[in-house]
Design a protein around this ligand. Structure first.
Ligand code: ADP
Ligand code: ZN
Ligand code: MG
Length: 471
């Protein structure tokens, strides 16, 4: 068995969240009846002319700049020709040899190019359950046709399936923070194709790559790449050669089926679009795009680490879900507890209770969470009591101090605790003897008795210390 290193590059399509389509005035469609968002331009009627959407150009510039690309002073639209029912003009307007952006990066992955194009229409396969005119058919829904798309192509810098999924999550968070797309993989507003090859460890030549099409979640992307890496390893181990082809990954069966091989690869006969002038971003356009880019997730995570003392993992969890990051910052601003403690409660206990829901829309006010964490930090309440309070806040909202008061959750005070400890030691005389005789574990029975008597309103370590003091 050889030892191999995977090499992965991603091609990402992002539907932009503009009001209208790329080259006509039709509004974008969100689940409307098929073919209700069309006009002669996006239906490819002869004699119509495309007019570029300024909002789409603005978003594309934001994306290219956010990924630190060099912006082409003059980029060109091309016609990419192929025949398919989803393409009424017989070509897609895209960019070819001079894309809008080049040579960028996101984290430790280099971005090869960023370009602007239009989406194809959608084929709806009706199948036998949806007979049309009595026959099994497919229909074409032109609502999606002409939606503005940005294509992002990475360099083959990724070295594992897991890194590919992590990069994808960072990319999605980055796009989402800019508000340029819904970035929903299931709905197709974010589509990722994975290119993958393997090579012997230590080699710096690239192997033959295959392409996995349209993974519709990051988990499937990771699993699909893993399956394909294993398939290629088995081929090379058996003395065979990987064939360049495009594959479809079925997440249910885990199988990979060929869609097309290199021989069937398209020749798109690209040529410059004669109906569009080159795209020449002015200094004002670039300035406006730069100004519209917010603090991006990677920079935010670094700031959380550097300025607020979070560990890298927690910082990323908060920064890569911008609504969590916003909530966290509101809680920190309330000044009720140290930022790392608040961060732990947000990423662990709060997320465990709210799941994917936005905490800013929940009943737990960020100030309330900060004060709750402050109560734990000050040892006014135990961690388990705090979880009970949090549960109440999630259900009802309200004020943590009031809930502590109502439910009698405050820790027993020193004199009360002393009495309870002494009482417990008297009752657990056996355990006391055992601990005295060196059976350390027996102290658990005494601590347990104290916890029962205080209903958990005591700190275990503190109780142990008090017991030892009295032995
Ligand atoms: P093609 O011409 O077949 O489309 P490109 O050079 O345009 O190939 O690259 C497409 C994608 O494939 C890019 O994301 C790139 O990083 C990736 N890629 C290129 N060569 C390899 C390779 N040998 N192994 C894995 N990925 C690769
Ligand atoms: Zn239209
Ligand atoms: Mg390519």
């Amino acid at each position: 068995m050889g030892s191999y290193e995977p090499v992965i590059g991603l091609e990402i399509h992002v539907q932009l969240k503009t009001r209208t389509k790329m080259f006509c005035g039709c509004e974008l469609s969100f689940g409307e009846e098929p073919n209700t968002r069309t006009c002669p331009v996006c239906l490819g009627h002869p004699g119509t002319l495309p007019v570029p959407n300024a909002e789409a150009v603005h978003y594309a510039l934001m994306i290219a700049l956010a990924f630190e690309c060099e912006i082409a002073p003059r980029s060109i639209f091309h016609r990419k020709n192929y025949f398919y029912p989803d393409l009424p003009k017989g070509y897609q307007i895209s960019q070819y040899d001079i894309p809008l952006g080049r040579n960028g990066r996101l984290g430790d992955v280099r971005i090869h190019r960023v370009h602007l194009e239009e989406d194809a229409a959608k084929l709806v396969h009706a199948g036998s359950s949806g007979r049309i005119h009595g026959a099994e058919s497919s229909i074409v829904d032109f609502n999606r046709g002409g939606t503005p798309l940005v294509e992002i192509v990475t360099e083959p810098d990724i070295r594992s399936a897991q890194q590919a999924a992590e990069f994808g999550r960072l990319l999605r968070a980055t796009l989402r923070s800019m508000g340029v797309s819904d970035v929903n993989m299931e709905e197709g507003s974010l589509r990722i194709d994975g290119n993958v090859s393997i090579r012997p460890v230590g080699s710096d030549a690239f192997g033959t790559k295959t392409e996995l099409k349209n993974m519709n979640s990051f988990r499937f992307l990771e699993r699909g790449l893993e399956a394909e890496i294993a398939r290629q390893e088995a081929i090379l181990d058996a003395g065979g050669e990987v064939e360049q082809e495009t594959l479809h990954f079925d997440p249910v069966s885990g199988s990979l089926t060929p869609l097309r091989s290199k021989e069937e690869a398209h020749d798109y006969r690209y040529f410059p679009e004669p109906d569009l002038v080159p795209l020449v971003p002015t200094e004002e356009m670039l300035e406006r795009a730069r100004a519209a880019i917010p603090e991006l997730p990677l920079a935010r995570a670094e700031r959380f680490e550097r300025e607020l003392g979070l560990n890298a993992d927690t910082a990323r969890q908060l920064a890569f879900r911008s609504e969590l990051g916003d909530y966290f910052e509101r809680a920190v601003a309330a000044d009720g507890a140290p930022a790392p403690a608040i961060a732990n409660w947000v990423t662990n206990e709060l997320v465990a209770r709210l799941g994917d829901a936005d905490p800013n829309e929940s009943k737990v006010e960020p100030q309330a969470l900060a004060r709750l964490v402050g109560l734990v930090e000050a040892r006014t309440i135990s961690a388990s009591a705090a979880k009970e309070v949090l549960q109440a806040l999630v259900a009802e909202g309200g004020d943590p101090e009031a809930i502590v008061e109502q439910r009698g959750l405050a820790m027993a005070d020193a004199s009360e605790l002393e009495k309870i400890v002494e009482q417990a030691m008297a009752e657990q005389a056996d355990a006391v003897e055992k601990v005295r005789a060196g059976q350390e574990k027996a102290i658990g029975a005494i601590v347990g008795a104290v916890m029962r008597a205080t209903k958990g309103r005591a700190d275990g370590a503190e109780v142990q210390r008090m017991i030892r003091e009295r032995l």
